[in-house]
Each structure stands twice: as structure tokens, then as C-alpha cells.
Design a protein around this ligand. Structure first.
Ligand code: PEP
Ligand code: MN
Length: 374
């Protein structure tokens, strides 16, 4: 794909992570201007955000102020010079934004979850040159996310970035939306030039967790952050718990550590290279050891078959878990990680032995049939 990276969208984006900041919803002209004013004077972000039409989960919740909010946003641009971004869910929303001069639009998680809605917007985007942010869908379905990106791209939009805002859980968890960091990482592997922005506000659902999630996103080398900031969070009409005050946001930015991807110091690179060689060597040995382990598992499978013994031996499995977890614990390894590895290995052993048993049984039956035929 020929997607243009975020830093090349506008001149002022070429300087560190791109920050997209503003309230969940535009509520009044005063609220928008107060929030924008503070940000612009203290820790100016690249883009100012606000929801104008709000796709709410339950009817009866505040559903946005509608088109007049776009006019308040334009005032923000006139007074502060900040560029603007707004969520669009319908072609009609897009039309209002284009007419008013909104700089960037975004597709929300609920919209991206529905290919009909995305396709409708993609049709409306044909022939229009506006950058588009595509949030992840509600469910952890990377193909649905990529599908939405492709629909927008096929409409001719080249300035596109993905926004990672987490995935809806059914159970109550520490997060409002599960981050599942592996999904945005996989998205980048599948579409190399894709910039990814993290939205720690919707992942956490809780203002106190936003800074640690923002730092994690930076450590994973994401290209920017979308953060909800409200001039008076306790009074916010939507997502009140997760919005930072402008002061809290500026404070977070002061403490955010941006680690560079590839420092140029040759001494640093030499030592990194040496350590990576060591990791390569350990990985090589690990693969050899794992394949040796699986060979023995196969021999045991055959032996169990010959002696009519079941594949799963619970006592043995519990003993493996206990002894390996003890050993790993002594080496300071994380229990959850070790348990996951052991379970994966055990599943693979069971799978292989089941295949072996079936193969040997089929072979035996064939030879019995043959001897009957003769
Ligand atoms: C929002 O950004 O306010 C919003 C509604 O986000 P999402 O689509 O991620 O739920
Ligand atoms: Mn919100």
C-alpha cells in the first residue's frame, strides 16, 4: 500500500509523537475554547479533537451537540492555530466537516465494526483529500480493522493512520478496553508504512491510568497519542472518569519519556549487536532443544499406543507443572509466562501423540483388512 506516514501529513507533524488532544465531546463553546486555550498556551498538541456526533452504547446518553459544535471547533482554530479533528460516522457528518474546514477526520470503533458504515463513508470520501484516522473495531479482529483501512484506502485516501483504543471485554477488568498490544504490533507487521496512534483514554477508562499507558505506547514506538482532556472532567457529559484536566495533561507530557528508536552512537550499536548475537545463539539452542523434546514425545506416543495407555496422564502433567514452575521461580522468571509456555508445550505434545495414535491405528486396521482379503 502507498499510505503516507503521519509525520509527512503536515509540516508541524515532523517533530516527535503526534498528539491529538481535546474533550470526548464538544459540550459548549465556552468548554471547548477554555480547554483549547489552556492547551495552546502550555503544551500545544498537533491536533485538537472533540466528538460532535457521539455514537453512544445506550440510548438516552448524551449524543453530542451536532453541527453547531463544528463551528465552535473552527473558532478554536482561528484563536489558537491548532488543527482540528472530529469523528464522522455518516456521509452527512463528513459533508459538514469538509464544508467547515476540519483538517482530519476519524472513524470510531463502533463505525469500524460495521463494514456497511465504513463502505458508505468510503464512497463519500472518493475524490476528497483529507487525512483519515481509523480506530480499531470493538472486537479484537485484525482483519476487520485492516478491512476498514483498505476500504478507505481504495477510495483514494493516502494520508491514513490507525488508532489503537483497545477491545471490549465482557468481564470486568482493570481496563475499560483490553489493550492487546500484540494486535497493533501485528497491524504494523502487515502494513509496514502504517502509523499507529494509541488512545490511552479509551483503553483505561480511568484518568489515573492514562500516563502509564501513554508511556507504554511510547515504549512500543507508537507514532502518537489521542488523549481526552476536558476543562472540568467531573462535569463532563461523556467519559467523565477517563478525561484529564488540561493541567494534568501538560504534567503527563512533561514526564513522558520518548526513547529514540535507533541512536546513532557506534559504541551503543556495537554492544547491542553483541547482545543480539548472544540472543540469536540462545534461540538457536532453544529451537534444537524443543525439537529434541518433541522427538522424545513422539517416541512416548508410540510406546503408549503399543501398551494401550491414554495420551493424557494427569499425574505426570501436574508434576511437570509443579517442578518446572518451581525451577523457573528460582530463576526469577514470571510465573504467568512459564505457565503459558508449559501449557502450550503440553498442548502440542497431546496433539502430536493423538496424531501418532491415529496413524498407528489406521495402519493396523489396514493390515488386518489386507490379511482378511487374502
Ligand atoms: C471517542 O474518541 O470519544 C470515541 C467515541 O472513541 P471510540 O470510537 O474509540 O469508542
Ligand atoms: Mn470518549
Amino acid at each position: 500500500m502507498g499510505i503516507i506516514p503521519l509525520k509527512d501529513w503536515f509540516d508541524e507533524f515532523d517533530n516527535g509523537p503526534v498528539m491529538i488532544v481535546g474533550p470526548c465531546s464538544a459540550e459548549s463553546e465556552e468548554q471547548i475554547l477554555q480547554t483549547a486555550d489552556y492547551l495552546s498556551n502550555n503544551c500545544k498538541p498537533a491536533l485538537f479533537r472533540a466528538g460532535i456526533w457521539k455514537p453512544r452504547t445506550r440510548p438516552g446518553s448524551f449524543s453530542g451537540v451536532g453541527s453547531k459544535g463544528v463551528q465552535w471547533m473552527i473558532k478554536v482554530k482561528e484563536q489558537t492555530g491548532m488543527r482540528l479533528t472530529v469523528e464522522v460516522a455518516r456521509p452527512r457528518h463528513l459533508e459538514v466537516c469538509l464544508k467547515a474546514g476540519i483538517d482530519v477526520i476519524w472513524l470510531g470503533a463502533r463505525t469500524v465494526s460495521n463494514p456497511f458504515s465504513v463502505q458508505e463513508l468510503a464512497e463519500a470520501l472518493k475524490g476528497v483529500d483529507i487525512p483519515v484516522l481509523v480506530k480499531n473495531p470493538l472486537n479484537p479482529d485484525i482483519d476487520l480493522w485492516i478491512g476498514a483501512i483498505e476500504r478507505v484506502y481504495n477510495a483514494g485516501i493516502k494520508r491514513m493512520a490507525a488508532v489503537h483504543r483497545g477491545f471490549s471485554p465482557f468481564e470486568r477488568t482493570r481496563y475499560r478496553n483490553m489493550p492487546k498490544w500484540e494486535i497493533p504490533i501485528e497491524l504494523r507487521r502487515r502494513i509496514k508504512e502504517m502509523s499507529v496512534i494509541c488512545d490511552p483514554s479509551h483503553i483505561s477508562g480511568d484518568a489515573s491510568m492514562v500516563p502509564e499507558l501513554a508511556q507504554k505506547a511510547m515504549d512500543l514506538n507508537m507514532d502518537g497519542l489521542m488523549v481526552e482532556v476536558h476543562n472540568n472532567p467531573p462535569l463532563a457529559l461523556s467519559d467523565s472518569n477517563q478525561q484529564l484536566s488540561p493541567g494534568e495533561y501538560c504534567n503527563m507530557m512533561k514526564n513522558l519519556v520518548i526513547r529514540c528508536l535507533k541512536p546513532e552512537d557506534p559504541g551503543f550499536l556495537d554492544y547491542l549487536e553483541e547482545l543480539r548475537n548472544q540472543v540469536d545463539s540462545v534461540d538457536h539452542q532453544l529451537v534444537e532443544l524443543l525439537s529434541r523434546r518433541l522427538e522424545i514425545i513422539d517416541i512416548i506416543g508410540e510406546y503408549k499406543y503399543r501398551n494401550n495407555v491414554a495420551v493424557l496422564q494427569m499425574d505426570r502433567w501436574l508434576e511437570i507443572l509443579k517442578t518446572r514452575l518451581e525451577q523457573a521461580g528460582l530463576s526469577g522468571m514470571d510465573r504467568y509466562f512459564t505457565e503459558n509456555y508449559l501449557k502450550l508445550m503440553h498442548q502440542e505434545s497431546i496433539r502430536r501423540q493423538t496424531v501418532i495414535m491415529k496413524k498407528l491405528k489406521d495402519k493396523e486396521e489396514k493390515s488386518t483388512d489386507n490379511s482378511h482379503d487374502n
